[in-house]
Design a binder for this molecule. Structure first.
Ligand code: IMP
Ligand code: MG
Length: 185
């Protein structure tokens, strides 16, 4: 399969440049998959992807996992069409899976302030799962101000606005195969 891999892209009138290449993403996801295989062997976890941003990462990470597992989705919104979080989490879609007594792996594209993930972890615990783990592709560590659980991180990144590989800017750019960062001057 061949991908469109430009060095820079325009999105909503702003210029973004490659920040994490497809090669780097693939290599990291392969390692994360191996780690999850080891940690969840025999536990038949349920991966819960947080829509929309996590859909590409979730589908790639699941294909690197070889153990028995299931998948479900939850949809949250906190950004609207802006580059900064609205500070409020809205639940747009609930999970369907019965998670009581099961091992849950929450899959997120990026943890910024930590608000969304903190909300998700608390929400999942209400269903009395056996365990809740958190996987995020990206983590803006310096921006995280909520006390949030994070078990597996693809890449720690500085405070930059990024898009591609599922992440959007006002709903655009999710289809890019690499991660791009805003070229701020
Ligand atoms: P938090 O609740 O502040 O941690 O924000 C997490 C959510 O905001 C993520 O699930 C993303 O959907 C979105 N987000 C945070 N930073 C970025 C970014 O740099 N680009 C695109 N979306 C982002
Ligand atoms: Mg998201």
């Amino acid at each position: 399969m061949s991908f469109y891999l430009p060095e820079s892209v325009n999105c909503n009138g702003e210029k973004f440049e490659v920040f994490i290449s497809k090669e780097q993403i693939d290599a990291r996801i392969s390692l994360l998959g191996k780690q999850l295989d080891k940690d969840f062997e025999g536990k038949k976890p349920i991966f819960i992807g947080i829509l929309n941003g996590a859909f590409i990462f979730l589908s790639d990470i699941m294909r690197h996992v070889t153990i028995e597992c299931e998948v479900d989705f939850m949809k949250l919104s906190s950004y609207g069409d802006e580059k900064v979080s609205s500070g409020e989490v809205t639940e747009l879609k609930e999970i369907d899976a019965k998670v009581k007594g099961r091992h849950i792996i929450l899959v997120e594209d990026i943890i910024d302030t930590g608000l969304s993930m903190k909300y998700m972890v608390n929400r999942m615990k209400m269903y009395e799962p056996e365990s809740v783990s958190v996987v995020t592709l990206l983590h803006k560590k310096e921006a995280t101000k909520h006390d949030v659980q994070i078990d597996y991180v693809g890449f720690e990144i500085p405070i930059k606005f990024v898009l591609g590989y599922g992440l959007d800017y006002a709903q655009e750019g999710r289809n890019l195969a690499q991660i791009y960062a805003l070229n701020e001057v």
